[in-house]
Write a protein that binds this ligand. Structure first.
Ligand SMILES: [Zn+2]
Length: 122
């Protein structure tokens, strides 16, 4: 992969990382230096509520947020891993065959780890 392309995908990945972090911020809270780094929150409702229905809604919302947060965090980790591959000069290389990943595929998903042929084997 030539340097110019790597820079282009790096910018794309940085943008995606920012978007994912913003989205994570709407369903959870970042916990600095802790693992997992993100914790789901239940959003807008009052914390001290005696209403049983509201408590149930709140729990439901928290569960939903946990699911969304889990998916977003997974995507974020993929983006971070791709940025690391750029740093290590292994970006754009299929993890299975060691061959180049198609540009179209990287365009659609810059954090792809494999070429099109091996995408289901990952
Ligand atoms: Zn491959």
């Amino acid at each position: 992969m030539i340097k110019k392309d790597t820079q282009y995908f790096k910018e794309k990945l940085e943008k995606e990382k920012k978007i994912l972090e913003d989205e994570l911020g709407t369903v959870g809270q970042k916990r600095d230096g802790k693992d997992p780094a993100w914790e789901a929150t239940s959003g807008t409702m009052e914390v001290d509520t005696a209403d049983e229905n509201e408590v149930a809604d709140k729990l439901e919302e928290l569960e939903e947020n946990e699911l969304i947060l889990g998916q977003l965090e997974k995507q974020l980790n993929e983006v971070k891993a791709a940025l690391e591959r750029i740093e290590n000069d292994t970006f754009g290389i299929c993890e299975i065959s060691g061959g180049p990943i198609e540009n179209d595929r990287l365009e659609a998903n810059p954090s792809a780890r494999t070429c099109v042929k091996h995408m289901n084997q990952h």
